[in-house]
Write a protein that binds this ligand. Structure first.
Ligand code: MG
Length: 158
């Protein structure tokens, strides 16, 4: 059986914070305000995987009140959710991710993001799509105040 899941995340950007997406450190003057490292790609991906297995959401498994997750490398969240999926008999078939960010341009970093996520998910980089879009100056993403990510994942069970 195959099941689909989708995930979404958004973080406010602030001066002087590091920008890390899909476990890639990206040179930027602004980065997400967050309890963990604010990696919106990893967070959306986790929610998509949890959704495919109907296992709840990141807030349930990794509550932001919990000091254990402070400044957490979000790749750890992905690893933990992959093992929850495995416990439910699930394995990721492919993922498709869209990142909304006004600047900097992400194209130089996409290959590293795909490789990192493939390593965490235990699949080939060819099964991991990462796309980047600016928002044409519209809304919080377009105004440079937010980074936003959407993820869709297909999971095979049994
Ligand atoms: Mg988040």
């Amino acid at each position: 059986m195959q099941r689909i899941g989708q995930g979404y995340d958004i973080h406010r950007l602030a001066e002087g914070r590091g920008l890390r997406l899909a476990c890639v450190d990206i040179p930027s003057t602004r980065g997400p305000l967050a309890h963990s490292d604010g990696d919106a790609v990893c967070h959306a991906l986790c929610d998509a995987m949890l959704g495919a297995a109907a296992l709840g959401d990141m807030g349930r498994h990794f509550p932001s009140e919990d000091a254990r997750w402070r400044d957490m490398d979000s790749g750890e969240f992905v690893k933990q959710v992959v093992s929850m999926l495995a416990g439910a008999g699930g394995k990721v078939v492919n993922v498709d991710i869209t990142i909304g960010l006004e600047s900097p341009r992400l194209s130089p970093f996409i290959a590293d993001m795909r490789r990192n996520l493939a390593g965490l998910l235990g699949c080939e980089p060819e099964a991991v799509s990462v796309k980047a879009k600016s928002a044409d100056g519209l809304g919080p993403v377009g105004e440079g105040d937010a980074v936003e990510t959407r993820a869709v994942v297909l999971v095979s069970f049994g």
